[in-house]
Write a protein that binds this ligand. Structure first.
Ligand SMILES: N[C@@H](CCC(=O)N[C@@H](CS)C(=O)NCC(=O)O)C(=O)O
Length: 205
């Protein structure tokens, strides 16, 4: 299996962590949407990452679809996501908050870095960053309430929460001044000490 994209992308990184947690073998092809547009377009006509090429050549697009497949084939015990009911809904709700933080943090990055400086709209940046902060605060509250975000073990909720936290640390570090989300930071530190998470940390260069 090939995972297309670099771990700077939170969507790629969360996919890589799920692969690691499920101990599934894969090769990562570190293409960037900024520099490798033509190569990515051959795999995904919308030119986004991640995508995943399965061993038989089938091509999956979007971290949600990829992770859905990985859980189906690689998580028979439904450890990362309960099969049904209130537990499944609760994990999906927390995972959606983490995913939403990723989307908003990426959106803020594009607004600030992909426009000429005089065309950046501060009002929009502030709104989007308020959404990032709202999501991080909710995850921090959940992290402060118990050992795991939901239930008695690590789930997709932690994967997304930790990746969202770490991406904001890279992309909007000024939002993390004075550690405003200490319980989430502690959770991130705990998870990043596990090779499944730590081995995927983005290394520039
Ligand atoms: N919903 C998608 C979002 C993927 C996404 O936005 N990836 C970014 C990289 S962080 C990307 O490809 N950006 C290029 C673009 O949208 O033009 C997922 O979960 O995979």
């Amino acid at each position: 299996m090939q995972l297309i994209g670099r771990n700077l992308s939170p969507f790629v990184r969360r996919t890589a962590i799920v692969l690691n947690l499920l101990e599934m073998k894969y090769e990562q092809v570190g293409l960037s949407t900024a520099d490798d547009t033509d190569k990515i377009a051959k795999v995904n006509p919308v030119v986004r990452v991640p995508s995943m090429i399965l061993d038989d050549g089938e091509n999956l697009l979007d971290s949600n679809a990829i992770i859905d497949h990985l859980l189906e084939v690689g998580d028979p015990e439904n450890s990362l996501l309960a099969p049904s009911g209130a537990d499944r809904r609760a994990v999906l709700r927390l995972a959606a908050i983490g995913h939403g933080v990723m989307e908003k943090a990426v959106s803020s990055t594009y607004e600030r870095n992909r426009r000429p400086k005089d065309k950046v709209f501060d009002g929009w940046v502030n709104q989007v960053e308020g959404q990032v902060q709202g999501g991080l605060a909710a995850l921090n509250d959940a992290a402060a309430a118990s050992e795991w975000l939901h239930g008695d073990h690590l789930t997709l909720a932690e994967v997304n929460a930790v990746v969202a936290h770490d991406f904001v640390m890279i992309a909007e570090k000024y939002l993390m001044k004075d550690d405003p989300y200490p319980a989430l930071t502690a959770l991130a530190n705990r998870c990043n000490a596990m090779p499944a998470f730590g081995d995927t940390a983005f290394k520039p260069g």
